[in-house]
Design a protein around this ligand. Structure first.
Ligand code: PRP
Ligand code: ZN
Ligand code: MG
Length: 226
């Protein structure tokens, strides 16, 4: 990756809940693209701002290593990976630039329906399945609760029924997934939504002007929404 670039590259989710609204938001900022055959890269035609279509979990890393300049990703993913970097002593390289007002959800503790929940302290000594081990560990430490974090990359909601965990910590949007798995949400760890993520350090080339232009347009569009 060259240090100096004359185009801005934004990573967005290829499929899933945030991909289409992210593209629509950028289009409403006046961006338009020509798509590559494999639909993984979109070349900016109205401005030198390109899109890379990737898995959401890859977005923070792509910004950290400079492969992409900006990204649109859930705050939950951004903070989880920032937390993991902090835990391993890696320097912080990216941060949230703007909250984008779509993809709202919360990261919550959920327990089996029949659990007579009293307070967060009920989790002491329990096993909690999650795809967000850094955020869950931080929250448990802040609450002074000693519990076992069981990391799973997906299908976290079935862990209690499989006997792999007593409770879970996962995203809740409509609540349908919890209901289908006979779980109920208790504590909220984080309110999340789609965010524009970017580097902490300023760009040292024309990307600085491109990013500033994009932010001005984005703020105008977001301002019209509320
Ligand atoms: C998310 C999350 C929950 C579900 C919650 O998963 O992990 O499973 O959505 O949404 P709900 O409250 O509206 O049911 P998603 O389907 O986005 O896929 P993933 O877990 O594979 O990332
Ligand atoms: Zn995902
Ligand atoms: Mg899920």
């Amino acid at each position: 990756v060259p240090a100096v670039r004359d185009r801005l590259r934004i990573a967005i989710q290829k499929s899933g809940r945030l991909g289409e609204p992210a593209r629509a938001l950028l289009a409403s900022c006046g961006l338009a693209w020509r798509e590559s055959r494999d639909r993984l890269f979109c070349y900016g035609e109205t401005l030198p701002i390109d899109l890379l279509l990737v898995r959401d979990d890859d977005i923070p890393g792509l910004i950290a290593d400079g492969t992409c300049d900006l990204g649109i990703v859930g705050r939950n993913v951004l903070l989880e990976q920032a937390g993991e970097r902090a835990r391993t002593g890696a320097a912080a390289t990216y941060r949230e630039w703007r909250a984008l007002g779509f993809g709202g959800c919360r990261l919550a503790i959920a327990v089996p329906d029949e659990w007579r929940w009293d307070a967060a302290g009920d989790l002491a000594g329990k096993r909690i399945a999650t795809s967000y081990p850094a955020l869950l560990s931080q929250w448990l430490a802040a609450q002074g609760i000693d519990a076992e974090v069981v990391t799973l990359s997906g299908s976290v909601e079935i862990a209690p029924r499989l006997g792999k965990a007593d409770a879970i910590c996962d995203l809740v949007s409509s609540g349908a997934t919890l209901a289908a798995n006979h779980l109920k949400a208790t504590e909220t760890l984080l309110q999340s939504e789609a965010v524009l993520a970017g580097p902490i350090a300023p760009f040292g080339d024309v990307r600085a002007e491109l990013a500033a232009l994009l932010l001005r347009r984005l703020d105008a569009v977001l301002g019209l929404k509320d």
